[in-house]
Design a protein around this ligand. Structure first.
Ligand code: ADP
Ligand code: MG
Length: 405
C-alpha cells in the first residue's frame, strides 16, 4: 500500500507518528503538503498536481486538515474522492465537523446528548435566547474556534450581551450554549477509528480555568469509558461522516453531552495518556478499507433521472403496520429500503421478513413518483408544479419597500 499523509505540518507529532507507524508496517508513505496541490478539472478526468507534476498514485490518503486551510484542504480531499483514492475522512465529514453550528445542527436530530445551543443574529432576540438556555452563566463560542480560543464563559446576562456585541461588531458569528457546570472543568475525548473507540482520556482544567483543552493547560489521564459514552462517541462520528475522529463530551448529569467532533484529532495527548498505538490503529484501518472507499451516496444515487433517496415514515394507523417488508411490496413499486430507523436503533438492509411498526422511518432509494405516492396527502406537496406566467405588476411590487411580518 502506498499511503499519503495530507498535512502542512510534516514535523508535528501526529504526522511523524503516522509516518512511523506506516513504515513499521512495511508500507510506502510520504507527507503530501496540502497547499502544494493543484486541482485540475476536466470532463471525466479529475486530477491533482503536486508541486507542478501529476500526483503519484496513492492507494490511501489520511487528511490532516488544519482549521486555517479548511476550504482548500477539503477541496483537495474532495478531488481525491473523485479520483477514487481512499481517504480516511471524507471532505463532507471534515466540513461538517469544522463549523460548530453545522455540526450541532446535524447531531441534534439524532438523539445525541448535547448542551442546549442557540444561534442568534438579532440583538433583540439575545436576552430571550439566553433565557431559553436557562439564563446565566452562559457559554459563548466562535463558530470556528479551536484549542479553547474563542470559548468564553459569561457570568451574567449583561456581560454576555457586551461580549456578543463586541464579537458581532468584529463580524464574528457566535453560538450561545448552556454551561454544563456539573462537568466541573472536565471533559472526555474519545478517539474513534471506524466503528469503535480505540482510546479515551479525561482532560481536567487547572486552577479556575473552565476550559480543559491541553493548550489551556488541561491535564490528561486515561479513562475507561462506559457503554453510553462509547456508543455516543461512535454514533456522533458516524453521523458526521468521519472514520477517524476525536469526540469531545462533557460529563453531564444526564450522561454524555457532545461538544464537538474533531476530524484531525491530535495524537500526542491520547498516545501519552493511554500508552496505545493510536497512529498504528489509524494505519491498520486504512489498510483494511483501502479497497472499499466510502462514497457520497446522495451524489451517486441521485444521478438517475426520476430516482432519488428519501425517508418514509410509517404513521400510527398506516395500513403498512404489521405487514412484513415483503408483503408491503416495496420492490414492486421500484423502491429499495436501505435502512430502517426504529427509535434509537438503526437496522441496515432490513430483511424482507421484518414487520413494520408505527413510527418506523425507512430510508429508501427508488422511483420518486412511487415514493411520493406513499406520503400521506396532508404532508404531500403538490406534484411537479407547472411553471406559470408572471404578471409584470408582481415585479414592480417586489421592487417597492419590503414588508417583514
Ligand atoms: N457548554 C459547556 N459547558 C461547560 N464547559 C464547556 C462547554 N463548552 C465548552 N466547554 C469547555 O471549553 C473547552 C473548549 O470548548 P470546545 O467547544 O471544545 O472548543 P474548542 O474547539 O476551542 O476546543 C471544552 O473542552 C470544555 O472544557
Ligand atoms: Mg475542543
Amino acid at each position: 500500500m502506498k499511503l499519503g499523509i495530507l498535512s502542512t505540518a510534516p514535523r508535528c507529532y501526529s504526522t511523524r507518528r503516522l509516518v512511523a507507524a506506516a513504515k513499521d508496517r512495511g508500507f510506502k508513505v510520504s507527507v503530501v503538503n496540502t497547499l502544494k496541490c493543484s486541482i485540475d478539472l476536466q470532463s471525466g478526468k479529475p486530477d491533482l498536481y503536486y508541486k507542478g507534476k501529476p500526483l503519484a498514485d496513492y492507494d490511501a490518503m489520511i487528511p490532516r486538515i488544519g482549521a486555517s486551510v479548511t476550504y482548500f484542504g477539503t477541496a483537495v480531499v474532495r478531488q481525491l474522492e473523485q479520483m477514487n483514492v481512499f481517504v480516511a475522512n471524507s471532505s463532507g465529514g471534515i466540513s461538517n465537523s469544522r463549523d460548530k453550528l453545522r455540526s450541532m445542527q446535524i447531531l441534534s436530530r439524532h438523539h445525541i446528548g448535547m448542551p442546549k445551543t442557540t444561534f442568534v443574529r438579532d440583538r433583540a432576540d439575545l436576552i430571550p435566547s439566553i433565557e431559553r438556555l436557562g439564563g446565566a452563566p452562559v457559554i459563548i463560542k466562535l463558530l470556528e474556534g479551536t484549542q479553547g480560543v474563542g470559548v468564553i464563559l459569561a457570568d451574567t446576562i449583561k456581560v454576555a450581551e457586551a461580549i456578543i456585541e463586541t464579537l458581532q461588531t468584529a463580524k464574528q458569528n457566535v453560538l450561545l450554549q448552556s454551561f454544563v457546570a456539573e462537568s466541573k472543568g472536565r471533559d472526555v475525548r474519545a478517539f474513534v477509528v471506524g466503528d469503535r473507540v480505540i482510546g479515551a482520556m479525561r482532560r481536567v482544567a487547572q486552577g479556575d480555568e473552565f476550559r480543559s483543552n491541553v493548550h489551556r493547560g488541561g491535564m490528561v489521564e486515561a479513562v475507561e469509558l462506559d457503554e453510553k459514552f462509547n456508543d455516543t462517541a461512535v454514533r456522533a462520528a458516524q453521523i458526521m461522516g468521519l472514520q477517524v475522529a476525536g469526540v469531545d463530551m462533557l460529563e453531564g448529569n444526564d450522561g454524555p453531552q457532545v461538544m464537538e467532533v474533531n476530524s484531525s484529532p491530535g495524537l500526542e495527548g491520547i498516545e501519552r495518556a493511554t500508552g496505545q498505538d493510536i497512529a498504528g490503529a489509524i494505519i491498520d484501518y486504512c489498510a483494511a478499507h483501502v479497497d472499499f472507499p466510502e462514497m457520497d451516496i446522495r451524489q451517486r444515487l441521485t444521478v438517475s433521472r426520476g430516482y432519488g433517496v428519501c425517508e418514509l415514515v410509517i404513521p400510527e394507523g398506516s395500513h403498512f403496520i404489521g405487514k412484513t417488508i415483503a408483503d408491503a411490496a416495496f420492490t414492486d413499486l421500484d423502491i429499495n429500503i436501505l435502512t430502517l430507523y426504529r427509535g434509537k436503533s438503526v437496522i441496515p438492509n432490513p430483511k424482507a421478513t421484518r414487520e413494520l411498526e408505527p413510527g418506523d422511518r425507512l430510508l429508501c432509494f427508488g422511483k420518486r413518483e412511487s415514493m411520493k405516492s406513499l406520503v400521506p396527502a396532508k404532508t404531500r406537496k403538490q406534484r411537479e408544479p407547472k411553471i406559470k406566467k408572471l404578471d409584470p405588476s408582481k415585479i414592480e411590487d417586489a421592487l417597492t419597500t419590503p414588508n417583514y411580518s
